[in-house]
Design a protein around this ligand. Structure first.
Ligand SMILES: [Zn+2]
Ligand SMILES: [Zn+2]
Length: 213
């Protein structure tokens, strides 16, 4: 299993392609990089494409490409249950799409909750509910390898915004601490660079920045 990093350009989120017997995609960007994502999947020789598209949270910079990619691969779109409704309803305020000048189209999603497991066939990723950036923000953790995919909860140089609809600082701090306690090795955040080997230190640095460590 490998986590392939497709760095987000412009406002796009990073996209991660997790390979294995059953590959899945984490986040989709705004949709502006759709062709690049499809090209990467075929370049890696993943003939069957992906059958699951996992969204770390409701925001347009992560979910904008989901509908088209899901159609392209006949894939299931999955999100934490607390971020599902704005996507099902196409809520431009709650998904922040109005900030991008785009009207959010409703999409079909299935839901997961804390403790659910996503498997590549070789590795299991545990779902962690990490609210604070949005109510239904989620992270994925491979306990065996210490790989943490954390959306906009924490970045290499800081933490996610907590001032958007359904976000709050108290939850965000609790979530960031929860992620640090996992003692992750590699960090795959929703924007910016990844951290390899020192994920825990990076998260500790983010907490120090907030005066919380
Ligand atoms: Zn984002
Ligand atoms: Zn976000």
């Amino acid at each position: 299993m490998t986590v392939h990093y497709l760095p987000g350009a412009g406002f796009d989120s990073n996209i991660f392609l997790v390979t294995g017997n059953r590959p899945f995609l984490v986040d989709t960007g705004t949709g502006a990089q759709l062709d690049r994502t499809v090209a990467k999947i075929s370049e890696l020789g993943i003939a069957g494409g992906v059958d699951r598209i996992v969204l770390t949270h409701r925001h347009f910079d992560h979910v904008g490409g989901a509908r088209k990619l899901a159609k392209r691969f006949s894939a299931e779109v999955m999100v934490h249950e607390l971020d599902a409704q704005p996507l099902r309803e196409g809520d431009s305020f709650q998904t922040f799409s109005e900030m991008f000048g785009v009207e959010m189209s409703p999409m079909e999603v299935s839901t997961f909750v804390e403790g659910d497991v996503l498997s590549t066939g070789e590795h299991d990723f545990e779902i962690l509910h990490t609210p604070g950036h949005s109510a239904g923000s989620a992270s994925l953790f491979d306990r065996e390898k210490g790989l943490l995919i954390c959306g906009d909860t924490v970045f290499v140089d800081g933490v996610g915004r907590w001032d958007l609809p359904s976000g709050n600082l108290k939850d965000l701090l609790r979530s960031v601490k929860k992620l640090m306690e996992l003692e992750p090795v590699d960090l795959y955040p929703g924007h910016g660079p990844c951290a390899f080997g020192d994920a825990r230190d990076q998260i500790a640095g983010a907490l120090r920045y907030l005066g919380e460590a």
